[in-house]
Design a protein. Sequence first.
Length: 454
Amino acid sequence: MNDNQDRVAAIQQEWARERPELDVRPLGVIGRLHRIAATLTSELTAVYRRFGLGEGDFDVLAALRRAGAPFERAPGELAEHTMVTTGAMTKRIDRLVASGLVSRRASEADARRRVVALTAEGRDLIDRAFGEHMANERRLLGGLSEPEREALEALLVKWTRSIMPGTIEILRYAAFASEPTGGNPAGVVLMADGLSDSAMQSIAAAVGYSETAFVTRRAIGGDPRRHGLRYFSPTDEVPFCGHATLATGFALAERHGVGEFTFETPIGIVVIETANTDTPNGAQITTAFTSVEPELKDFPSGVLDSLLDLLGIGRDDLSSEYPPRLAYAGNWHPILVLNDKNLFDTYHFEPAPLRELMRQQGWKGTVTTMFRLSSTEFEARNPFPVGAITEDPGTGSAAASFGGYLRALSMIDTPCQVTIHQGRHVGRESVLTVTVPPVGGIQVSGTVVAITES
């Protein structure tokens, strides 16, 4: 019998002989995994021990280090990340505090919140240990080619989700915001390969934000910065979503470093730029996407009047300088510029009839109403009646479409930067910066912040 050949194969043969009526093929997978798991644990903990760490100690230090500066997490968050009880986590933290590798203190972001943070000694130790840990894991995978590793990872992801559906990580961010309570919230699932359309739709409905983005194909063509991206609202798949694209770029930049990412989306290629930028709130990752080529067209006969009726707006309430149009930069958006600030602030609508008109016209994006503050500054309200949502607080695709609208109608001299304020009417203020070049796609940029679930 060769090596473990195989002991598992021999066991299968014996059971097949003794119980021929049973299908014993699952033993070939499960039995080998049991043996591999035991070997992996032994091989991995040997590296931890060289640094004076147990497996649990390594997990805590690693969770703090990958949180990024200031390298802190709440004890409950640590327990969730390392999948242990809070009681077990308390014992681990006590041990690491005694070793001088972590400290308990008030959060730098909120003094009312107690956190566990890496000390300088702890950061130095985990950086050295993690480097050796990665070298060790590469050694353990040395018997597989790169394509075999990728295929194995994809199969394990798929299998994990089928038997542990609660393990799908859903990230939450606010785009076009300086704090989690502002901007437009978006869900992001970075490992959605293997998820069915119905599963993604269910996740988006459960998240409840206007859109959730799903990275359905990772590292396309072996490029770690090129991915497939799809978007779902709580009720339907949408072709494109600007704020969820920014949130996805931010999440990837946190994990893989800033720079350019390319997304293959249902509307085509969308490129996003991420960079480290100094802001009044400290160093932040800023994000910007460049839209597909914008388009402009007239409303079909009778549709504009139907839309205005639903919003309680008359033709005389529209600006004579900015004609109503349908604009596209990923989604089609009706563009209405109002001439009265009070009407802009107070108009209201019934969600169901507006949703039906949008469905009939195939408008997957928001209805976009604007009020001019200056030739390059506007305030927006964006009705978007999907699920429990009625108005969007920050709409990247609408901002790009509006930039294309301004250029096509020669309302601005290009290149030009336009600022759009949005979300005041729903209590989540957003600031969208729109850069309009003489030709090509429109760039929309803003800051992104993480939303921590309480």
